[in-house]
Design a protein around this ligand. Structure first.
Ligand SMILES: Cc1cc2nc3c(=O)[nH]c(=O)nc-3n(C[C@H](O)[C@H](O)[C@H](O)COP(=O)(O)OP(=O)(O)OC[C@H]3O[C@@H](n4cnc5c(N)ncnc54)[C@H](O)[C@@H]3O)c2cc1C
Length: 572
């Protein structure tokens, strides 16, 4: 009946040429064996079924037990726990810091990003506690006392969902609470208060309007003190085994991310410890937020890949008007455009992750600006891409029997949480204003790809002029972020295409990668990399190509076959 066969089990890593090339380019090649293993384990029908079940059976809040005592407990479907156990076993919540010194080694964040990207192709709700733990550890590492007590339980590969004091747990997870009812983006309006006790701990009273993964063992929360907004570490279970004063009011009924519990919460003199300095709560918690924003980019890129693979699989098998969809010119044009967007998002996510591996001032400045710009742009593109990929599957794509509907619902949340789109763009302006040197860092990042493609060169010049202008108005912040992100993506694709080949007029040794680790030998160029780089520049950077928000609407001549072959090998 011309119906597409089920997606077979496949290795999510080995079938993804772009991911492999990006991993090698950004210095994560030592981790390939583990990623192949993860790719094989995650690309099964069984995993897909767990994802479906966890979302079709969302968590249930139990506020009281049978005797009327408060328990504030979340009941999850068993598939949630299966997925979480896998994530924790692969270390996606903490792996970069699982070293003797708890310091990341080169390539560690890149490898973890590649794993997180694979995991995102399976299920997204479980990524919420995963990313909050990843970011929370970064913030916690700055506090010697809390670090000594908690890191041994966080830096483990054991998933332990029991409700025990931390010293009795084999593994732990973290969450965060910033958003209050009266203001989320503007956390300065927070009214939750913390009062210092004689022993140096604090009692916290107030509310949080969004408090995801409340089952986590501890949360970083913001509360007001006389010195201003401060960050507190608030465990769920107290050292004596009793519950902290954290009352879960209700769970949000959400568009997507349904497997994950997002609660409204009230703090009733909840016990907490100060993290960082009093009055410096925003920078302290933003240490965590930088990592979770990175994960919004990686998670969206993973979802894009999942949607794209489904679209390509379908287009290969489904016939209409006498031929497979994939061979029909207009559909091929749409698919190739989707593939370019997915490739650019993947390459960008891993490049950004490398900036978290390095501690040079240049990389710190680069990640300070690009994390927000990339979160803004990639998450916006994810929403568009998911809808278009769903349409490739026709009516079947809109049903709950395939994951496209879930992916469409999933996409917008990465754009909203951890700082919504406008907030990200304003943050880019703030970073550029506070660190003027970051302008030169950005240009130095983009410079090596000049001379490879004429549209790139012209876009570079335009962007350099815009960047050097002293002041970009708030009203035009989105335009600046789009220009920056697309240019970095183009640069990465050109760099990938040029790996091993000299730039026009340049000696081979002058080749790419501003700050690529010395160990990262140029990856052998996969067929299609040049077509993808050229296609991306011709569509996204040529102002006359007609490229816009709708996929497949550019008039630029691109090598669609080479791009599609590279993206998803034809299957029998
Ligand atoms: C599923 C889900 C789970 C969540 N989990 C958590 C969690 O665990 N912990 C937590 O702390 N928060 C969580 N959040 C909250 C989330 O981070 C906030 O919703 C988000 O930061 C936006 O805040 P807000 O909802 O108060 O919107 P507002 O701050 O009111 O913003 C509304 C809109 O106005 C825009 N805007 C704001 N200021 C400006 C400006 N100056 N110029 C231009 N535009 C502006 C914003 O970009 C946004 O589009 C979660 C949200 C969702 C949807």
């Amino acid at each position: 009946m011309n119906q597409t066969p089920p997606l077979p089990d496949y290795d999510l890593y080995s079938t993804d040429a772009v991911l492999k090339e990006s991993l090698r380019r950004e210095g994560g090649e030592a981790h390939e064996a583990a990623l192949r293993e993860a790719g094989t384990a995650l690309g099964t029908a069984e995993q897909r079924e767990h994802a479906r079940l966890a979302n079709r059976n969302p968590p249930i809040l139990h506020t009281h037990d049978v005797r009327g005592e408060r328990i504030d407990r979340i009941e999850f479907h068993p598939s949630w726990h299966v997925l979480m156990r896998g994530i924790v076993a692969r270390g996606y919540h903490c792996s970069p810091w699982m070293t003797p010194s708890n310091r990341a080694v080169p390539g560690a964040h890149v490898a973890r990003a590649a794993g997180y990207f694979l995991q995102a192709q399976v299920e997204s709700g479980t990524l919420c506690p995963t990313t909050m733990t990843y970011g929370g550890i970064a913030a916690l590492k700055r506090d010697a006392r809390l670090g000594a007590e908690w890191l041994p339980h966080l830096l483990t590969l054991e998933y332990d969902s029991s409700e025990l004091p931390i010293e009795e747990k084999r593994g732990a997870l973290l969450g965060m609470g910033m958003t209050e009812r009266q203001g989320g983006s503007d956390v300065r309006t927070n009214i939750t208060r913390a009062v210092r006790s004689s022993d140096g701990s604090y009692r916290i009273s107030g509310q949080k309007w969004f408090f995801s993964a409340p089952q986590c063992d501890a949360h970083l929360v913001l509360a007001q003190t006389p010195a201003g907004l401060s960050c507190f570490f608030m465990p769920r279970i107290l050292p004596d085994g009793t519950r902290n004063g954290i009352r879960l009011q209700r769970l949000k009924d959400k568009l997507g991310n349904r497997s994950n519990a997002s609660s409204e919460v009230e703090f009733v003199e909840a016990w907490g410890l100060l993290l960082g300095e009093e009055g410096r709560g925003i920078p302290t918690i933003l240490e965590m937020g930088t990592y979770t924003r990175l994960d919004c980019v990686i998670g969206t890129a993973g979802l894009m890949r999942a949607a794209l693979v489904r679209a390509l699989h379908h287009a290969q098998h489904r016939r209409a008007f006498g031929a497979p969809l994939r061979s029909q010119p207009l559909m091929r044009s749409v698919l190739a455009d989707l593939a370019l967007e997915s490739e650019a998002a993947t390459a960008l996510a891993l490049r950004l992750a490398r900036a978290f591996d390095a501690e040079s001032p240049q990389e710190l400045a680069f990640r300070r600006v690009l994390t927000s710009a990339a979160k803004f742009w990639v998450c916006k593109r994810g929403c568009e891409l998911a809808c278009e990929a769903m349409e490739v599957l026709g009516g079947n794509g809109y049903t709950e029997e395939l994951p496209l509907a879930r992916i469409v619902r999933e996409m917008p949340v990465n754009s909203i949480w951890e700082g919504s789109g406008n907030i990200m763009c304003l943050d880019v302006l703030r970073a550029l204003a506070r660190t003027p040197a970051s302008r030169e860092v950005l240009l130095a990042e983009l410079e090596p790809a000049r001379g490879r493609e004429p549209h790139y060169d012209r876009s570079f010049e335009r962007f350099a002029r815009a960047l050097r202008e002293e002041h970009t108005s708030e009203a035009h912040a989105r335009a600046l972020c789009v220009a920056l992100t697309v240019l970095v993506q183009a640069k990465l694709l050109l760099e990938g295409a040029a790996a091993g080949a000299p730039a026009a007029g340049a000696p081979a040794s002058a080749a790419p990668a501003s700050a690529a680790p010395a160990s990262a030998a140029p990856a052998p160029t996969a067929p299609g990399a040049a077509a993808a780089a050229e296609g991306f520049c011709r569509t996204r950077l040529d102002r006359d190509s007609g490229w816009g928000p709708v996929f497949g609407a550019s008039t630029a001549a691109i090598d669609e076959e080479a791009i599609l072959d590279r993206t998803w090998p034809l299957q029998p």
